[in-house]
Design a protein around this ligand. Structure first.
Ligand code: PRX
Length: 641
């Protein structure tokens, strides 16, 4: 199998890029010809960033699962679609061929239908990284329902908020999940999330850990039991629901600088096209190769580059249940060796953490199958880049530094492996169809360079096929968040540099969003959680550089409650509250108790000062004269952790 739209040279990249800008409709229209449609489009693209309204392939009808499964049954039916490596290396791995995956997806689609799920209904999926998670995702899409996958590290409260926001009626979960040495009791978290919930009708529970779970009569059903009924009836096929190109495919919640996480909505056709196109081009996927993306399907990276991108390309996607450091820090290398992985796609935080274990875990591991390495989720520092290049890629594998976001659906800026040049810690060039622009605070394009480098806020001028369509249930929020900061531009929230060759380097968020181990967390969200703790008067949260996580969470807390004599215990109490409200991923690394916070006369917290103190740059705090009480700065600085 070949991909006619796979770019094969730097020259071709340039001509394709130009074509995509001059004639987006012609460019994407001809790529779309290589997919399966029930009906073709009337118009390739129609958009304005004012409302915003973006429509790709209007009038077309399709089902993404026919593109991921049915169309490969004949040519690749016996080839592996998903290879699953369990948490415990002693447990047997599983392989699902395209035929088997198709069958399982159809069967589970029947289960969903039997339980009342209809087109457009929201199905929340809260599972560990087992093949049934991918099956649940695809089965939901098969019948035209909307999946909303929630990462296993979120708390009951976070799930409850998401269920409420999405008005979800169905949940698919597991009894528990294995992650390294831990068992996470997923069903029990769901039970807590459902206290007071009024919308959820059915919960389907897949057995994994066989940890004891409560099963409520009439609401909770076992996955195996439901599947058995379908299998016994021989219901191995289900007609895919015919979807409009712009019908929603899924909702994925992500953090912003204000308020609660928002439900980013992606639609069927554009998302399918762009994840496929970027998968094939960025990683230069060749038929038969094994692609190992280490992300969790609970995040956008897993949606786009474990499930939809690879499967729509007929690829073999390796899915791993566990963590990189269990049973030891050689786990990734064992997996590469065992399955002869060709493409490894991971996060800088994982690389930095593995670097800390030295070269021992790499010894006697055959990594010679690797052809392409990738990183995603946060800026990669040069040291980590070179370690990855030398010790994992043995200097013969191109590294793709892929910049994108939940809202972008797929990779927007990245080198193409072995085709366009790489530059350590630079994401480099935009993909065809992507028009970045750096602007100043007022939205004017920055053209002035210092030593050949321009620096500004990263925006995108025109839509690519998998751009966010709306935030679920609140279109105005989508407009305000992404399209209102600068007129007629999509604002990414990131800052970036651009060099004379037109390469981009992403420097990090310029809003109040943190990136902790590649996970996006809003400072406001963490503050709200801390403020819910009894005795907390006020708090302010900022990020600071962290060797492994990229950014750590630093919280300044005014507390006048009980047990203040034991600060260390009170800190732990506060961490418990954050874990309950958001989940363990949002726990601050440092909590400093303070008497006051630096505020302007109008009552605004001067985060700039708090950030500097957290970063340890106490000499250069800048102008503090506008503060209501400049004295608090000295106190905070002196008490720095
Ligand atoms: O700040 C950028 C950072 O991750 C943010 C998006 O986070 P999320 O929506 O969770 O998606 C992560 C996976 C796509 C961006 O705004 N980011 C992502 N990739 C890179 C990056 N920063 C620098 N370099 C990257 N390659």
């Amino acid at each position: 199998m070949s991909y006619p739209y796979q770019i094969k040279s730097f020259h071709e990249y340039k001509t394709e890029y130009e074509k995509s800008i001059e004639d987006p409709a012609g460019f994407w229209g001809s790529i779309a010809e290589h997919f399966t449609w029930r009906r073709k489009w009337d118009e390739v693209v129609n958009w304005n960033f004012k409302e915003p309204k973006v429509e790709w392939f209007k009038g077309a009808k399709l089902n993404i699962t026919e593109n991921c499964l049915d169309r490969y049954l004949e040519s690749r039916g016996n080839q592996p679609a998903i290879i699953w490596e369990p948490n415990d290396p002693e447990e047997h791995h599983r392989t699902l061929t395209y035929r088997k995956l198709h069958e399982k997806v159809c069967q589970f689609a029947h289960v969903l239908k039997n339980n009342g799920v209809k087109k457009g209904d929201r199905v929340c999926i809260y599972m560990g990284m087992i093949p049934e998670l991918a099956i649940a995702v695809l089965a939901t899409a098969r019948i035209g329902a909307i999946h909303s996958v929630i990462f296993g590290g979120f708390s009951a409260q976070s799930i409850a908020d998401r269920l409420e926001d999405a008005q979800a009626e169905y949940i698919v979960t597991c009894d528990g999940a294995y992650r390294g040495a831990k068992d996470i009791p997923l069903k029990s978290v769901i039970d807590d999330a459902l206290i007071g919930n009024k919308t959820v009708k059915k919960v389907i529970v897949c057995t994994r850990t066989r940890t004891p779970v409560s099963m409520l009569k009439g609401r909770d059903l076992w996955w195996e039991e439901e599947m058995k009924q379908v299998e016994e009836k021989g219901l191995n096929y289900i007609e895919a629901e015919e979807m409009d190109a712009e019908d929603p495919l899924f909702i994925l919640y992500t953090s912003g600088s204000t308020g609660k996480p928002k439900g980013v909505v992606h639609s069927c056709a554009g998302y399918m096209l762009f994840t496929n196109y970027t998968f094939v081009n960025v990683f230069q996927y060749q038929t038969g190769q094994i692609h190992f993306c280490t992300a969790d399907i609970g995040w956008i990276t897993g949606h786009s580059y474990i499930v939809y991108g690879p499967l729509s390309a007929g690829a073999t996607s390796l899915m791993f249940e566990g963590v990189p450091t269990w049973p030891d820090a050689g786990r990734f290398w064992d997996i590469v060796d065992k399955y002869k992985v060709n493409i490894l796609y991971t996060a800088p935080t994982a690389i930095r953490s593995l670097m800390g274990f030295g070269l021992g875990p790499l010894q006697n591991k055959d990594l010679s199958s690797l052809k392409v390495l990738g990183t995603v989720g946060e800026p990669i520092n040069e040291e980590a880049w070179h370690w990855y290049d030398e010790h994992v890629g043995k200097k013969k594998c191109p590294i793709v530094d892929t910049w994108w976001q939940t809202e972008t659906g797929g990779i927007l800026i990245s080198n193409l492996a072995g085709i366009t040049p790489a530059k350590p810690s630079w994401a480099t060039l935009p993909l065809p169809g992507v028009q970045p622009i750096l602007v100043d605070e007022k939205g004017n394009e920055i053209t002035e360079a210092v030593d050949g480098i321009t620096s500004g806020n990263l925006c995108i001028k025109a839509p690519w096929p998998s751009i966010i369509r709306t935030t679920y249930g609140d279109h105005e929020r989508c407009r305000v968040n992404y399209f209102a900061t600068y007129e007629n531009l999509y604002f990414t929230g990131d800052g970036a540099l651009k060099d004379t060759e037109g390469f981009y380097r992403i420097t990090g968020r310029v809003d109040d969003v943190l990136n902790v181990s590649g996970h996006r967390i809003g400072t406001a969200e963490v503050e709200n959680a801390i403020n819910m703790h009894a005795g907390v008067v006020e708090s302010a949260v900022v990020g600071y550089p962290h060797d492994i996580k990229g950014q750590g969470i630093y919280a300044y807390v005014i507390y006048n409650g009980t047990h203040m004599d034991d600060q260390s215990l009170t800190r732990k109490d506060i961490l418990q509250t954050v874990t309950r409200v958001i989940g363990p991923i949002a726990k601050p690394d440092k909590i400093q108790f303070v008497g006051g916070l630096p505020k302007t006369r109008s009552g605004k917290i001067m985060r700039r000062i708090l950030r500097k103190i957290a970063e340890g740059e106490v000499q250069s705090l800048g102008d503090t004269s506008t503060l209501l009480d400049p004295g608090v700065v000295d106190e905070i600085r002196d008490g720095r952790l």
